[in-house]
Design a binder for this molecule. Structure first.
Ligand code: GN1
Ligand code: MG
Length: 370
């Protein structure tokens, strides 16, 4: 069914928000959901902002279960933050219910909407300018990991099954090559080869998990730099956002994905591959911040595989971009025809570079532990 344009008046009136409506604007940095900032004036001239999101239901097939996870996890985080003397309205997302008490509003076109607090006096980053920012991001994700370390993981729904199960991501690629729905397979032989040649890496972490050599935790699973809000004054990471994929997982998924995105010297869709590599200096900042904040809960094996996880998560992400390219761009939002291919190429360039740097990454990690 072709969806009509949504009606912002109807949507915002469906939530319990105090004050006079004062307009909205789109804020789309992610590749998945549709995000808007909506403003309300509680007193004349004093606007309070909220984050309104349309949940992408072709990616998140069970939005009700997804919202149940988020309500429970954010309530849990709020409690811990308050107990530690923090401010739960700034240091975690909070769900504002719809007027019918549900955690979302379902509109007449079958679209799911949710409303969060806006983290005031803060900003996001698409790339690391100052290395200190990356160190601060690591501390924020490490803290997030620690706060959830006693959360009962079996109570969480798996919002996307096998999300970081790298072997099944590789299988998805093989299926996409076979189906060749977009007719593009012949143009990307080199990229397909690159992914297939690394098949033995794909099963490494899930293999260790199955053998009980890595612990299952509650993890964020999408630890891009732009999923941390930084304080305008101190540049500290105040709040971790984008909680759709908070599920049982490996701490290494979170560490690896952060390095993939934040230690890269160019954006995910840089066309000039010569600009794309991994910065060892940034790797060090992140490893330092993450080990300082989460080191106390990490096992020896979790530490040991930190460098490898960066390579694996980058490989997995590149494989997903390539799969989507072959499937005709149905998953990630794209801005031009070869956008997913460009993204795949930056990721595979990073993988090759990380393979050359793995010994240095290991040395740095050991230095951060001691
Ligand atoms: C998506 O929504 P966003 O942009 O934070 C994707 C991640 C990928 C990332 C690549 C639910 O994240 O897994 O690593 O794009 N999220 C989902 O930029 O698939
Ligand atoms: Mg996301």
């Amino acid at each position: 069914m072709q969806k009509r344009n949504f009606n912002m008046d109807e949507i915002r009136e469906s939530f319990q928000i105090e004050g006079e409506y004062a307009g909205f604007y789109p804020s789309n940095y992610g590749h998945i959901n549709n995000t808007f900032i909506v403003n309300f004036e509680q007193k004349p001239g004093e606007a309070k902002s909220y984050v309104l999101q349309e949940i992408n239901t072709s990616v998140f097939k069970d939005p009700v279960a997804l919202m149940e996870n988020i309500v429970n996890v954010t309530a849990y985080l709020s409690k811990i933050i308050a107990e530690n003397g923090g401010d739960p309205q700034r240091e975690t997302l909070n769900v504002f219910p719809a007027k019918d008490g549900k955690s979302f509003y379902l509109d007449a076109d079958g679209r799911y909407w949710r409303l969060y607090n806006y983290i005031s006096d803060s900003y996001t980053c698409q790339t690391v300018g100052d290395p200190r920012i990356f160190y601060n991001a690591a501390k924020a994700f490490g803290r997030f990991q620690c706060m959830l370390s006693d959360y009962p993981s079996h109570t969480l729904h798996e919002t996307i099954p096998n999300f970081h199960h790298t072997p099944s991501r590789l299988n998805d690629l093989k299926t996409a090559v076979e189906m060749n729905l977009s007719g593009r397979a012949a143009n990307v032989r080199r990229e397909i080869e690159f992914a297939l040649e690394r098949e033995s890496d794909a099963g490494m972490l899930v293999g260790l998990l199955e053998k009980g050599e890595l612990p299952l935790r509650v993890t964020h699973n999408d630890t891009k730099l732009n999923n941390v809000m930084f304080d305008n004054g101190t540049d500290e990471g105040v709040c971790v956002i984008d909680l759709d994929t908070v599920m049982p997982g490996l701490s290494l998924y979170d560490f690896g994905d952060s390095i993939r995105f934040g230690a890269a010297t160019a954006e995910e869709d840089e066309q000039d591959l010569s600009k794309m590599t991994m910065s060892l200096a940034l790797y060090e900042q992140y490893a330092k911040g993450y080990i300082e904040s989460a080191g106390k809960i990490l096992t020896e094996n979790e530490i040991k595989y930190l460098p490898f996880s960066a390579k694996l998560m980058t490989y997995e992400c590149g494989t997903r971009f390539l799969t989507d390219y072959l499937n005709g761009d149905t998953y990630f939002r794209t801005a031009y025809g070869d956008h997913n291919l460009t993204r795949c190429r930056t990721q595979f360039k990073l993988v090759s570079d990380m393979e050359k740097m793995i010994d240095s990454m290991t040395e740095i990690t050991e230095r951060c532990v001691n």
